[in-house]
Design a protein around this ligand. Sequence first.
Ligand code: GDP
Length: 301
Amino acid sequence: KDGLTKTRETIRDNISRLTQGRTEIDEEFLEELENILIAADVGVETTLSIVDRITERAKEETYRSEDELNNMLLQVMQEMLLDASEDHPVDFDASLPAKPYVILIVGVNGVGKTTSIAKLAHNYHKSGKKVMIAAADTFRAAAVEQLQIWADRAGVPMVSQGQGADPASVVFDAVSSAVAREADVVLVDTAGRLHNKAYLMEELAKIMRVAKKKVPEAPHEVLLVLDGTTGQNAVSQAREFTKCVNVTGLIITKLDGTAKGGIVLSISRDLHLPVKYIGVGEKIDDLQIFDRSKFVGALMG
Ligand code: GDP
């Protein structure tokens, strides 16, 4: 079970309905194929390039059976979706390029930021790394409490201060403590107040400035968490965040709850940002390292 069942079944079912009893491709067929891919949020650009390629091939080839036609479609889609690949999946077991390795997690409330931090903490911890969480979303008291519950579940320590504390001060504490305790990874939760962009930008800049006092190269990564069920809304959120902070990668959550898993492919292409992880459930184990070829394989069944 990979958590992508809904998207896979939708794409596969629609395509087999389309090819049923057919061995030829006409205008109507191409239009319907376009609709199927757009509906799965594969993205307009990618969809059009897939349709173009299929049009070309159909001019040169003949298909003796529905199966042959189906196979050609799946093959072209796999090729075209892989084409945009810029992702470099890195295993949790791999050694990290710095110690402590500081990862800033950004994203608006409700997208799955807390859960994603817990999942990352759990995975790093499981692979034998010493992890620390910094609760720098000090704006919401509930956020710190929630994060503490997850940190306990993952079995990793968390550094926090009272509600309303200066987020930069929490981060300074956490990074200092990580250096002293020789921790491998620091995961920093941040407030997602995108509605007040100037404030958010200032807060993130200050966090980074302070982290650098202890670890000059920090943060090593800035991961933006996006809710995969929100389609184009996630894309516009991402655009806003990239104006505030230098995002290095994406975590796309809740893919188990949507038939529009193609969003993963269109988002990375539209934003020129690698997808690093995907969330496929609410449990601590429901995080996958994003591997494009595996993902496309899973979508195409
Ligand atoms: P935050 O406000 O961004 O920190 O969001 P939370 O981590 O608290 O998550 C918000 C809701 O989304 C919670 O009910 C989570 O259980 C749920 N959630 C987070 N990630 C996933 C996921 O990958 N799949 C599903 N189905 N639910 C998720």
